[in-house]
Design a binder for this molecule. Structure first.
Ligand SMILES: C[S@@+](CC[C@H](N)C(=O)[O-])C[C@H]1O[C@@H](n2cnc3c(N)ncnc32)[C@H](O)[C@@H]1O
Length: 283
């Protein structure tokens, strides 16, 4: 089976099994604490992207009711038709999430619950990398991924008339993909289900990315200087950075700043929440 065949099997599967999977009036159930946590982390009116949004219940419905601007993407026509009907305040797009594009820094949060595991494994790290780029600085990614690696098909899934296909990596691999995407994983937990379970991740785009620091002003010293004239130039970490001297960078050398230099330039309220990815993978 090719990647196109697999995605088509998933699309047709959810078209046929949409009502088997979730009713129109389903409650928040296990999603309730995750949604409460997300609401607590987001500013009023935040914009949220839900990748693999299903029928919009309960995630998009709950977030739209809380006043957030919700955009849902799903590969299944039936799921999207239902989401548009059940969550009229949301915007829903029928598309394959592995191929969709959004402008960089357009969402305060990206949610992807139990959906990545239906996408071809080879496409998943790329989607996470692009999703990290769609986040605004300090934005959140909430994802439920696989816990153990497994790829396979199940016939008559949920007792319905269609087969379903999954393709998932193990939790450690998902964590490393998130980190390679430039996100800071702040929490990870096993979500039990039947004999197995899934993995829940909270990950955050760093407040400041280093792209702003990658091109030093050639004749005037390193990038931190603009923000704290004089102070950073004399700091121990700046002079200790390989390739940098007290008088600035060597000609033609582009060197990311050290963590210490970056902490000098972020507001006090956000200290300790900043990590460097080298280079910023979403740029
Ligand atoms: C298990 S359901 C989860 C729905 C919802 N996220 C939730 O947790 O209630 C997985 C959803 O992902 C969607 N999906 C699977 N592969 C997709 C893809 N490549 N692009 C977009 N949506 C996809 C399916 O159509 C389905 O609605």
């Amino acid at each position: 089976m090719t990647a196109g065949d697999e995605s088509d099997l998933v699309r047709r599967g959810y078209d046929a099994l949409s009502y088997h999977y979730r009713g129109d009036d389903a409650g928040e159930d296990r999603y309730a604490p995750w949604l409460a946590e997300l609401r607590a982390r987001l500013p009023a009116g935040a914009s949220v992207l839900d990748l693999g949004c299903g029928n919009g219940v309960p995630v998009a419905r709950s977030l739209a009711a809380a006043g957030y601007q919700v955009t849902g993407v799903d590969i299944s026509d039936v799921q999207i038709e239902r989401a548009r009907r059940l969550v009229p305040a949301g915007t829903f797009i029928r598309a394959d999430a592995t191929a969709i594009e959004f402008p960089t820094r357009s969402f305060d949060a990206v949610v992807c619950l139990y959906a990545l595991i239906h996408m071809p494994l080879a496409a998943q790290p790329g989607l996470l990398r692009r999703a990290a780029g769609w986040l605004r600085p300090a934005g959140w990614l909430l994802a439920v991924t696989g816990h153990s690696a497994w790829t396979g098909t199940e016939g008559n899934w949920l007792g319905g008339p269609a087969p379903m296909w999954w393709s998932q990596a193990d939790a450690g691999t998902y964590r490393s993909w998130l980190e390679q995407a430039g996100l800071q994983v702040t929490a990870q937990e096993f979500v039990p289900e039947g004999d197995g379970g899934h993995e829940l991740f909270w990950a955050r785009r760093p407040l400041a990315d280093q792209r702003a620091f990658l091109t030093p002003e050639p004749a005037r010293g390193y990038p931190g200087r603009r923000l704290r004239p004089g102070r950073a130039r004399r700091s121990r970490c700046a002079s200790a950075t390989p390739g940098w001297s007290r008088s600035g960078p060597r000609a033609g050398l582009v060197e990311p700043p050290t963590r210490q230099v970056l902490e000098v330039v972020v507001p006090a309220a956000f200290r300790g929440q900043v990590a460097l990815a080298s280079p910023a993978p979403w740029s």
